[in-house]
Design a protein around this ligand. Structure first.
Ligand SMILES: NC(=O)c1ccc[n+]([C@@H]2O[C@H](COP(=O)([O-])OP(=O)(O)OC[C@H]3O[C@@H](n4cnc5c(N)ncnc54)[C@H](OP(=O)(O)O)[C@@H]3O)[C@@H](O)[C@H]2O)c1
Length: 486
């Protein structure tokens, strides 16, 4: 092939959960829509010996398991499978890379995208070895999965090493939440509607809440999770990214760096959490045995025999304060946890009530709330107050939900976050990816909380599986007369 726009995709960790459950189905769906025509080959890598055909049937089995039936077509699958190739390689063994080099050189005019779907501790070795075998050129790019490192020091070191081989403009640091349709719609909601712009500040917004709740436990990730905890696993990436998009100033244009500049400013404005305020601003929890939906489940400590876990938090709630002109006085309540009542992610923007109420005493005289749901369904709803219909003399209120959705519910139009992100990587658009300074600023804030917990001796409080976290989490907004939206 002599096509200058052709690409090939190399997936390190091609046999892993992420590759089989998310990346390959997303690539297949792009192929189905004719968006993968320029991709010549998809080379999957893993340590185990495997033939191309075996790998293809492994992908097909997983795809039929995870992809809704209406997306399946044997004709599209055949065209997709023809691009798939498997190579066995241990990322730490240089001699294993020569087969990969030969495969890449079969398409000398193609741009190569290296997707690192492995633990980030392997990224340095992968980048050095790719450089050694001479397969990285100025057009090559690299995708880095989250979490990038374990703290600021390890993240900085990985970034430094990757930057020895790839320029920042060719590095795509993924947070798949940014690929969600509703997250992108949040920018349009804020900056495309005159209705919301003037209200989007501490004068009119009372508080903002971000919840990422999971009903599952650690599910075989026990060893990783015991050393990680909810703060590093969820707040450092997904939750801080959502906070940035809600809180940032309007960018001057839609260029990737202009938007990322604004996000970094939010992170820089986060008031540090220190040993002096850690008790008032944070709650750490760990689940004990309980019932999630109707199933009895074990305590975190009984789920697996991993070490160093007695104080691992499986739940965290925080009050974050964005210390700038726009947000001073509006708290951002953030919480995430495992084995909670149900699985959902949402952002709540709660407006202040009128300074004077005509309807005082009516229990439905409630503040307006904008509810941005990201999971399990994606939609945007405005909670407003109406007159309850009827002929009664006294006005009665009722709260109603106004659906502000884009029409994203057509099953055939629905796109997974990874489809959007893979397409952007192939097209070289970095807007929905994190820049180095952004990800390092996130770690700096999270590290300061971990240091404060250590210095204050903060312990994880028990909560029953199936609840919404420790009671202390309820008290976090209640201290200032607020409450979590449930
Ligand atoms: N799974 C998800 O939904 C998800 C979501 C967000 C982020 N991530 C991130 O994505 C990355 C991968 O996660 P995962 O869940 O797919 O992990 P996983 O199921 O444990 O898979 C790990 C992959 O890495 C490969 N690997 C490990 N050591 C290797 C080595 N020395 N040489 C070559 N290959 C090696 C494994 O291949 P072999 O065992 O065949 O050698 C396997 O393909 C992690 O950084 C994770 O945090 C995952």
């Amino acid at each position: 092939m002599n096509n200058s726009s052709a690409s090939q995709l190399v997936i390190f960790g091609g046999t892993g959960d992420l590759a089989l459950r998310k990346l390959q189905p997303a690539l297949y769906k792009l192929q189905r829509e004719g968006l993968l025509d320029d991709v010549t080959t998809i080379i999957a890598l893993g340590r185990s010996a495997n033939s191309n055909d075996n790998y293809r049937s492994q992908v097909k089995t997983k795809m039929q398991e995870f992809l809704p039936k209406h997306f399946w077509s044997e004709q599209h699958w055949q065209a997709f499978a023809a691009k798939l190739r498997y190579i066995s390689l241990d990322v730490n063994t240089l001699k294993d890379y020569h087969v990969l080099a030969d495969a890449i050189h079969q398409y000398p005019n193609s741009r190569t995208v290296f997707y690192l779907a492995t633990l980030s501790t392997l990224y340095t070795s992968i980048c050095r070895n790719l450089h050694s075998i001479g397969v990285v050129d100025p057009r090559s790019s690299v995708v880095l999965e989250k979490p990038l490192g374990h703290d600021l020091a390890s993240c900085t070191e990985i970034n430094h090493e990757v930057l020895q081989v790839f320029p920042e403009s060719n590095i795509f640091r993924i947070d798949h939440y940014l690929g969600k349709e509703t997250v992108q719609n949040l920018l349009v909601l804020r900056f495309g509607n005159a209705l919301f712009g003037p209200l989007w500040n501490s004068q009119y917004i009372d508080n903002i809440q971000i919840t990422v709740a999971e009903d599952i436990g650690v599910e075989g990730r026990g060893n990783f999770y015991a050393k990680t905890g909810a703060l590093r696993d969820m707040v450092q990436n997904h939750i801080l990214q959502l906070l940035c998009l809600v809180a940032m100033e309007p960018p001057a244009n839609l260029r990737a760096d202009t938007i990322r500049d604004e996000k970094v400013k939010v992170l820089q404005a986060l008031r540090p959490i220190t040993v002096d305020n850690v008790k008032a601003k944070t709650v750490r929890g760990q689940y004990t045995a309980g019932v999630v939906k109707t199933t009895a489940v074990s305590a975190f400590l009984d789920e697996a025999g991993f070490e160093d876990s007695s104080n691992t938090e499986t739940f965290v709630a925080l009050q974050a304060d964005v210390h700038n002109w726009r947000w001073e006085g509006t708290p951002f309540y953030l919480r995430t946890g495992k084995r909670l009542t149900r699985r959902y992610s949402e952002i709540i923007v709660e407006l202040k009530k009128h300074p004077f109420s005509l309807f005082e005493g009516d229990p439905n005289d409630l503040p307006n709330k904008l509810v941005i749901r990201l999971q399990p369904e994606e939609n945007i709803t405005l909670y407003k107050v109406n007159k309850k219909p009827g002929l009664g003399r006294q006005l009665k209120l009722e709260q109603v939900e106004l659906n502000l959705d884009a029409d994203i519910h057509d099953e055939l139009q629905a796109h997974e976050a990874y489809e959007r992100l893979l397409l952007d990587v192939l097209e070289g658009d970095q807007t929905l990816f994190m820049r180095r300074d952004e990800v390092e600023a996130c770690w700096a804030w999270v590290d300061s909380i971990i240091d404060a917990w250590q210095n204050a001796g903060t312990k994880a409080k028990p909560y029953s599986a199936g609840s919404m976290g420790p009671n202390a989490s309820l008290a976090l907004p209640e201290k200032s007369g607020r409450s979590w939206h449930e």
